[in-house]
Design a protein around this ligand. Structure first.
Ligand code: APR
Length: 174
């Protein structure tokens, strides 16, 4: 069990970390859920201009913008798969979100990042399966990226936190 992984309950936009991860759409157009919260907290005009400059992001990929008015220095936008029953490559695409974000974070020299539960809202991914992929992939990456200090799974509610704790083989949310 990697002590660098933390489960936390609250609004990810409040975290002062190197980067928070956004569950974006392929157009990087902003939206509801955590995407909407991040665009509002970062400053819609600045963030949308930065996203327009990038142009878009394929499912399973990750792109970087500044954090603007967020406490976090940067935002790593990734696009999770839309759940279609699990036979359309969704698990591999979701796994790719986590590994691409971790790789980009290392490339940028980030040491502490926070993830929301990618695809677990509007995109309808079964929560338990998504959380298991998230934990597996982050643990695998941390075995390689020894310079990483902390990865926070930022949950919007206690139920999600309990799923992460269970997947990590731990008791209560810290
Ligand atoms: N902080 C942390 N977690 C949050 C926050 C927040 N402020 N707001 C929502 N969440 C949680 C949700 O409860 C869910 O567990 O983030 C998780 C991901 O849910 P969504 O934001 O709906 O993301 P996703 O399922 O990946 O769907 C992405 O939704 O908002 C649109 O533009 C976005 O098209 C994209 C799609």
């Amino acid at each position: 069990m990697d002590e660098r992984i933390q489960v936390w309950v609250g609004d990810i936009t409040t975290l002062k970390v190197d980067a928070i991860v956004n569950a974006a759409n392929r157009q990087l157009a902003g939206g509801g859920g955590v995407d909407g919260a991040i665009h509002r907290a970062a400053g819609v005009d600045d963030l949308q201009a930065a996203c327009r400059q990038i142009g878009g992001c394929a499912t399973g990929q990750a792109v970087l913008t500044p954090g603007f008015r967020l406490p976090a220095r940067a935002i790593i936008h990734t696009v999770g798969p839309i759940w279609q029953g699990g036979q359309q490559g969704e698990p591999e695409q979701l796994r790719s979100c986590y590994s691409e974000v971790m790789t980009l974070a290392v490339r940028e020299g980030f040491r502490c990042i926070a993830f929301p539960a990618i695809s677990c809202g509007v995109y309808g991914y079964p929560k338990e399966q998504a959380v298991s992929i998230a934990v597996e992939e982050v643990e695998r990456c941390l075995e390689t990226y020894l310079m990483f200090k902390k990865v926070i799974f930022a949950c919007f509610d206690q139920d999600m936190a309990r799923l992460y704790q269970a997947a990590l083989g731990r008791g209560q949310a810290t």
